[in-house]
Design a protein around this ligand. Structure first.
Ligand code: CA
Length: 466
């Protein structure tokens, strides 16, 4: 054992002598107390390596590593990348451009996403509108069916509760209390409008206008075409249209031909027409009116009056209003080619206009509603151009003092029964300061007006018949 250690020791010494700078030897004791020698010898390859950092290979490695770091930093993006690139000088401009392109790409992707979302929402809204229109039409048909069904009161069946008797439809074997059919009928019956006591009270008799209520706004027009216009309800409606039907013409434009129909004022307020008619000849101004299933209006740039029949959707009568000024000759004070104003009241159909012979004073003509023939005329002593508008109630003409003043008056009246005119002062509010149309509805007992995009109405109070 010792000999082997000695041999090893000698070998070590020999090796150590041959390579002073390439070998090292340590001596120590192991746990058992025996002598232990440790040699470290550099390999030939390692011994040939450069001892200090540097050299072409190391430089190449460093430069490749730097390049990789730059690429990793760019890929990571963010502020750090910009700072490195900018500091680097040359590559900065390209990196900024790349960054901008990336941002543009992101913005484009976002915009496309929003566009797709908007399209989905639009499709959804379109479906809702179609669904509402379909339900509206179903409701209208159901209401028509209910109206046409005779409502006969029958004595109560012996087994039926007393309080049900009045609601039981005659001859309807499917009816019994509590059935789904009855519930549906009950719900629909409650929807049929009931005349209010006020309506019944004011619906009797005629008298002079004594008061006008506050303006009630029903709808604001959506576009410039509705800055001024005319809206109407037929006081003697004819099938297929019901008494609640509201008609509307937006009259801004040179070729006004669209007539919109709404089931009632609620649908008007919501902006959902159920009927759109294209009139065969263009409308002039805001003087149209509706009566006994026909629209009466002045043909554009003429003194020709037209009766458009709503059921046949065609012109049923046409006639010139003799000597009437038109297209700006004798308009109301606000202009708008309001030379001929048609009106309806308790006594029938009227035209309010002027002639050269009357020298601009208001002329009233009573018209035959079927043929449009002039039955009788009256000449007043108020100049048409000084009036903002006019309407007829119970055979009396009333003129409005101003179309722009917030607080104006009905300042003149002319009674066709006596051919007498007189000054008057009944307050009226032009809430929106540009009142382009005012007419009376004898069934509603209201004034209908079109005030600066707004469709409004006013209650009226009449005095006692004199
Ligand atoms: Ca009028």
């Amino acid at each position: 054992m010792l000999s082997v250690a000695t041999l090893l020791c000698v070998s070590c010494l020999l090796l150590g002598a041959r390579g002073q700078d390439r070998a090292a030897m340590w001596r120590g004791n192991d746990r058992s107390g025996r002598c232990q020698y440790t040699f470290t010898v550099s390999s030939p390859t390692e011994a040939s390596c450069p001892t200090q950092a540097g050299g072409p290979e190391m430089d190449a490695l460093k430069s490749r590593l730097s390049l990789l770091e730059v690429m990793v930093t760019r890929l990571a993006g963010g502020e750090a990348s910009g700072a490195v690139d900018t500091a680097a000088g040359g590559p900065g401009a390209g990196a900024v451009q790349q960054q901008q392109q990336q941002k543009l790409q992101e913005a484009y992707s976002q915009a496309m996403g929003e566009k797709a979302q908007l399209r989905r929402e639009k499709d959804n809204l379109d479906r809702q509108v179609q669904d509402l229109q379909r339900r509206l039409e179903e409701s209208r048909q159901e209401a028509e069916r209910l109206r046409s069904r005779p409502c006969v009161q029958t004595p109560p069946a012996p087994s039926a509760p007393q309080q049900d008797s009045g609601l039981r439809p005659a001859g309807d074997p499917s009816w019994h209390y509590g059935s789904p059919g009855y519930q549906e009928l009950k719900a629909e019956v409650t929807e049929v409008p009931v005349p209010t006591p006020a309506y019944i009270e004011v619906g009797t008799g005629c008298g002079e206008l004594v008061a006008i209520g506050e303006p009630v706004t029903h709808r604001k027009a959506d576009t410039i075409a509705g800055k001024y216009g005319v809206w109407m309800q037929d006081p003697e409606a004819v099938a297929p249209y019901g008494a609640g039907m509201v008609w509307r013409i937006d009259t801004v434009g040179s070729e006004v031909r669209q007539l919109f129909g709404y089931e009632d004022t609620e649908q008007l307020a919501r902006g959902y027409p159920t009927k759109v008619l294209l009139l065969p000849e263009a409308v002039e101004s805001t003087g149209a009116t509706m009566y006994r299933g026909s629209l009466y209006y002045q043909r554009r740039r003429s003194r020709t009056l037209l009766r458009y029949d709503l059921s046949s959707e065609s012109i049923a009568a046409r006639r010139d209003l003799p000597h009437a000024g038109f297209h700006g000759q004798f308009p109301y004070s606000w202009g708008g080619y309001t030379d001929i104003d048609l009106a309806v009241d308790e006594q029938g159909l009227w035209a309010i206009y002027s002639t050269n012979k009357a020298k601009g004073a208001i002329v009233i003509a009573k018209l035959d509603p079927h043929s449009l023939e002039v039955l009788k005329t009256w000449e007043t002593n108020i100049r048409k151009v000084t009036a903002a508008n006019a309407f007829m109630i119970c055979g009396r003409l009333y003129t409005v003092a101003s179309y722009t003043a917030a607080e104006t008056t009905i300042n003149y009246t002319f009674d066709t029964a006596t051919s007498q005119g007189k000054a008057l002062s009944v307050p009226l509010k032009n809430k929106y300061r540009y009142n382009s149309m005012i007419d009376y509805n004898p069934v509603q007992r209201k004034l209908f007006a079109w005030d600066n995009y707004h469709i409004v109405s006013y209650d009226v109070r009449l005095g006692r018949q004199q």
